[in-house]
Design a protein around this ligand. Sequence first.
Ligand code: PMP
Length: 365
Amino acid sequence: EQKQTINFGPGPAKLPQSVLLQAQKELVNYNGIGISVLEMSHRSSDFSKILSSTESLLRELLNIPDNYKVMFLQGGGSGQFSAVPLNLIGLKEDNCADYIVTGTWSERAAKEAAKYGKVNIVHPKLDKYTSKCQLDPEPVVLLTFYYGCNETVHGGGYNITRKQNGVVLVSDMSSNFLSRPVDVSKFGLIFAGAQKNVGCAGVTVVIVREDLLGHALNECPIVLDYKVQATNNSLYNTPPCFSIYIMGLVLEWIKNNGGTAAMEKLNKHKSSMIYDIINVSNGFYACPVDVACRSRMNVPFRVGKKEGDEALEKKFLDGALKRGMISLKGHRSVGGIRASLYNAVTLEDAQALATYMKEFLKEHQ
Ligand code: PMP
């Protein structure tokens, strides 16, 4: 009998079982039309239905206002690190933008933007990206205001949604997209790679306010030009068809499971199960991130002592593997353990990890 595998991977990550089964069922012959979505023209009426129903579902789940465009693009989150400045940095005459760097990914985003204009890091580099991001006093000269909403590597979750005149708030929600409700109207632009919370690799969602279209720099590659992609309904060139189809299935699953509010409740529950054990472990498990900004999606921790006992951490990972729990190793840049608890990770999955953590603690304390 095959042991059940529990996937705590940071992305590509676990998909809901029912989504995989439906994709399997429909793989060879989609909806009785005799071909696979993998073989379908992106300009066919069948794909057009997939694209429009995926967009409608997303609009419904996030309550996206009508003055926002939704695009399904290639190039990943990293592609957007370039696309965002290429499209928006020209909004201000002197091509400058303010970036809040909260971790590895926003650091990369800021570095990429510096190729196209002047980047002000408005928050000083956080202490190892583990402390609360306080914008105090609030910066007053912001134009493009960028931050990583959830930092996948370091485990920081930031909730900056204040509305200021003239500020175009841009947020990378790659690792917490649809994990909770979000007021889209507070943002100029939101982007998210699908491979963590909403599907498989290959498609990146971009939600952008209409008035921000049409400001791309001359050198902006046409496939990254928001105006071109939005005007062509993401069909300027071939979109990542199969990944969009999978996203549609995941969005349907989210809807059938109570939408973003239910996801938030579930994600709070799962993450607090793990943080609670860390908090009462007397330092045996140590999460380096400030309590005020701990992510519900990615829970990093060290085992044995504050900076981690690598031999014990290996033992922890080996033991987890024996119980079918995979991909718990921390990002190579920070080490330790990281449990990613995206939407598709069930309460039972998180419970299994919590139980194991308690037992391991008892045995090695
Ligand atoms: N932003 C965040 C928050 C991420 O976690 C990642 C990938 N882990 C990226 C951007 C980069 O995404 P991609 O690999 O799709 O370029």
